[in-house]
Design a protein around this ligand. Sequence first.
Ligand code: FHN
Length: 440
Amino acid sequence: MARGRTALGAALALALGAATLSAQAGYQPTPANLAARKWFQEARFGLFVHWGVYSVLGDGEWVMNNRKIRVAEYEKLPAFFNPTEFDPAQWVALVKAAGMRYITITSKHHDGFAMFDSKVSDWDVVDRTPYKKDVLKMLADECHRQGIKLFFYHSQLDWHHPDYYPRGRTGRDAGRPESGEWNRYLDYMDAQLKELLTGYGEIGGIWFDGWWDKPEADWRLGQTYALIHGLQPAALVGSNHHRRPNPGEDFQMFEKDLPGKNTAGFNDQSEIGDLPLETCETMNNAWGFNLNDRSYKSTADLVRYLVRAAGNDANFLLNVGPMPNGKIQPEFEAHLREMGQWLSRYGESIYGTRGGPVPPRPWGVTTRKGDTVYVHVLDWPDETLALPRLGGKVATARFVKDGGRAAFAEDAGGVRVTIPAAARDEIDTVVALTIAPAAR
Ligand code: FHN
């Protein structure tokens, strides 16, 4: 929905302009950063992990705000967080079995609780829980061992820190004093980021969230982004601000929607930029562990989302909210393994591809790798599918399912591919077309 240009809107636009300018002006990504972006685009599928002390209550990661729990009471929660069943080797093995190439895990969510051993605060997993272990370090070591990249989701918004002041739209019932020093909070955030970028080996990137809580504030984005790129030039910076990317950001994410869509209401102001893209989605309705959420999406739906994301030239970051005992719930695990099985056959049409020559359509999408165009037929009842010309003459056509030859006809108007009922796949019928280079 287009927004009216009200006086408030104009003031906001002015403030946003200032905020944008304060991002990393003149940022030139290093060759290592550009290589990391390429890797990211080729990876196409990652695991999002929302894990924190809130999992103890089994009511999602917003429970502190939603139930108006004050800091003094919320601080009792870490004593119940004892993930004795946490096995990072199992998590990473599951990620690999699912065909995922990276993990993005919450280093700190909006409750401000650090899931790592922070030295600038004791509001962290080592100092406050009976478990006393740095779960991020354990996971980082295992990721490095098994060749999976690790990104940190870091909430800029903080419902716990007293210096997160003036308050934003949320976290107003936490019972904090009505005072605080904004720049001191930003120093604290930078100090924690420095810890994450110096103590956990090579990091894939930082996935920021929460800017939207105070869009009018000076977040010192330039300083923070420069700090990250200074410490690890290849680390990709992205921010879930639901806008066009700022200078200093290396990828752009979309929440619960494909790029350009706005069914979930987050993207009314987002505009697709020219950076690598990613979209994130939940397996039921919750990000953090929710005991009572049974609205699981089917494996077929999740695979189709991955396919549509790839056809939109975007990665798919699929979320799990592990339980307080450290286990990923069996329903999630089953879906992940099934997705991995699908990818073991159809992965060639996803990994290393870019969005294809035909823009996403209601019937499906196309992806492309070199001279091969993959046609993903998701919802087309007829035997013949008509495509526009694909930038060269089609030389061969095969069904990825079993390598069988696909019949096609081509003329000046385009290509018609025949998809007989027997060749169809319940989830996604993938036809690989090789394109001969256009005659000069
Ligand atoms: O408020 C968060 C939410 O808890 C979750 O982390 C999602 C993930 O994209 N992002 C925020 C809302 O934009």
